[in-house]
Design a protein around this ligand. Structure first.
Ligand SMILES: [Zn+2]
Length: 277
């Protein structure tokens, strides 16, 4: 299933949302004629900016220290607002992947293929213009796909998606004329946002890092045992707090002690899986 000597894959992924989460939300409210103003105020937006000012610096330093490649799902808006940071991510050898332009949720325009395609292209164009490489991976900003999304992704030349939750191993999601779209499943349990990010009224967040370490380490042991692809979803504005980075360091050290763990980008795992199939 995996390359020789490998027991499981580990993908450390970072959704570099920055302000897009909040500005995208504001755009939606405006579109819906909702006149609430709270998403336009400075503090919610600054929560995203923490990721660009503090979080991303720590994340890049951490990956460099451990010599691990990361996968960064970057909204086009983040790339346009922070071109130097995004170029630096690519320069350090990490993968850049598509996360919409304005952090759009594809379930909000089901059946509008033109709109969905144009958003996907705009985000790909932005990252390619900045870094010279066209992304091959997509993660839905809403962690949800509409029924047309896999076909659109394949038509636009994407190799993988990472938004579904039905397995612990990669699999073939969609295929057409020898082109393959591989799925790299995720899960809320393996997402820093729900554990840590205080977002009233729905997400209490603010978990102790020790609790999250216990959960992630236990899950990792299962993936190692069963030969899965342990895809951790993190956000620089969330995991980038000092105490949480210490926890991530402990987790990665623990993983490195185990033989047969492949720290890979999502693109590398997807390519391996597509070739294997
Ligand atoms: Zn996101």
């Amino acid at each position: 299933m995996w390359p020789k000597g490998i027991r499981c894959a580990v993908c450390l992924t970072f959704d570099f949302d920055a302000e897009s989460l909040y500005l995208g939300y504001m755009e939606r409210l405006r579109f819906e004629g909702d006149r609430r103003q709270f998403a336009q105020t400075l503090t919610p937006i600054s929560r995203g900016q923490y990721g660009t000012k503090v979080g991303i610096v720590r994340v890049l330093r951490f990956l460099e220290k451990h010599a691990i490649p990361g996968t960064f799902f970057v909204p086009g808006l983040t790339a346009d607002l922070y071109p130097d940071t995004v170029r630096e991510i690519a320069r350090q050898g990490h993968e850049l992947a598509n996360h919409g332009y304005y952090h759009e949720n594809p379930t909000e325009f089901i059946g509008d293929l033109e709109k969905e395609t144009s958003i996907l292209r705009r985000a790909n164009d932005t990252l390619e213009r900045l870094c010279g490489v066209r992304p091959v991976g997509y993660r839905s900003p809403g962690w949800d796909l509409n029924p047309y999304t896999p076909e659109i992704l394949l038509k636009e030349g994407m190799l993988y998606d990472s938004s579904l939750m039905d397995q612990e191993k990669p699999y073939l999601l969609f295929e057409e004329e020898k082109s393959k779209l591989i799925e790299l499943p995720i899960d809320w349990l393996l997402d820093d946002y729900v554990h840590f990010q205080f977002s009233p009224p729905s997400i209490p967040g603010l978990s102790a890092p020790s609790k999250v370490l216990e959960i992630w380490r236990g899950e990792f042991e299962g993936y190692l045992e069963d030969g899965g692809c342990f895809t951790l979803t993190m956000h620089p504005q969330v995991i980038g707090r000092s105490h949480r980075m210490q926890m991530l360091d402990q987790l990665v050290r623990y993983m490195k002690e185990k033989p047969g763990v492949w720290f890979a980008t999502c693109g590398d795992v997807a390519r391996h899986w597509a070739d294997r199939d």
